[in-house]
Design a protein around this ligand. Structure first.
Ligand code: ZN
Length: 281
């Protein structure tokens, strides 16, 4: 197993998806300060903290405000309700999301998510998931923010809904990112056509995964972002360790290998893509 701080070159990385507030860090005696120090030591200068419920939206936003700049790491947050939590979405939730999105220029909120459909776990009824997904897509259009899509075993319904928004002209030209993309090559290409970025993380490095490297190979460079989904999905060769943003270099190295470029080139491109996707500099 290699050291979690793997990269010592001069490139900068943007981990576009890390739940650094997750309780698993506390349980492993890893503090936010530790995480951010290790970011600095491994070239990770920007991290987006995604939410999955109203509760974690508040936490992600507080954390981004409190720790932004610590160890010279820029932090951003998203707010939104994950399909697992769709059953908790109420009028009050929507009021909260609207109030944050309304004030986003003075906050650290750069996206709406994770939103989408998850028919693998089915933790909320499917009709409720679809309804809450559509409500939040509407909000994203209204407030002109990118979305962070979570889709698992629901590609057909997810694409149907997105196509409808796309055809109705109720989607931004940069609509968001398909986070931890696990869909087919065909589906990923349709998402790219609609303007989506494709997010790659640990699974692209897993030895038994043939599909995701194929998707990466065929995704245009200007649509690729890298992420860790910390604390889960630790990339090879550190599987078994808790995942942290400092591992994003392993994901980047794998993308570089697939595309036949250096890790520094891949870091630069994905860093610029992340900044463009979330409209930050
Ligand atoms: Zn996530």
């Amino acid at each position: 197993m290699r050291d979690p701080v793997y990269y010592s070159g001069s490139a900068k990385f943007f981990d576009t998806h890390a739940h650094i507030y997750d309780r698993k860090f506390d349980a492993n005696n890893v503090t936010t300060e530790d995480i951010l120090q290790r970011c600095r030591a491994s070239g990770v200068t920007s991290v987006l903290i995604p939410a999955d419920s109203e509760e974690t939206s508040r936490i992600a936003l507080d954390m981004a405000n409190k720790y932004d700049g610590f160890a010279e790491v820029s932090l951003y947050a998203s707010v939104g309700v994950h399909p697992h939590e769709a059953k908790t979405y109420t009028e009050d939730t929507e009021k909260y999301l609207r109030s944050v999105l309304e004030a986003r220029r003075t906050q650290k909120v750069t996206a709406l998510g994770e939103i989408g459909l998850d028919y693998y776990y089915d933790l909320s009824e499917r009709s409720v998931q679809r309804d809450v997904f559509e409500k939040q897509l509407e909000l994203a259009y209204e407030y002109d923010v990118p979305v962070i899509l979570h889709e698992r075993d629901a590609t057909g319904d997810c694409l149907d809904i997105l196509r409808r928004f796309y055809k109705a002209g109720r989607m931004r030209s940069l609509p968001g990112v398909c986070h931890c993309c696990s869909c087919s090559l065909e589906a990923s290409q349709e998402l790219v056509k609609m303007g989506f970025y494709i997010g790659f993380d640990g699974p692209v490095t897993f030895k038994n995964n043939k599909k995701t490297p194929e998707v990466a190979l065929n995704t245009p460079w200007d649509r690729i972002v890298i992420e860790t989904d910390s604390p889960y999905l630790t990339p090879e060769p550190n599987r078994g360790l808790i995942n942290e943003p400092c591992h994003v270099a392993y994901v980047c190295a794998k993308i570089a290998e697939i595309k036949g470029v250096t890790i520094d080139e891949a870091a630069q491109i994905t860093y610029d893509n992340g900044k463009k996707l979330y409209g930050v500099d």
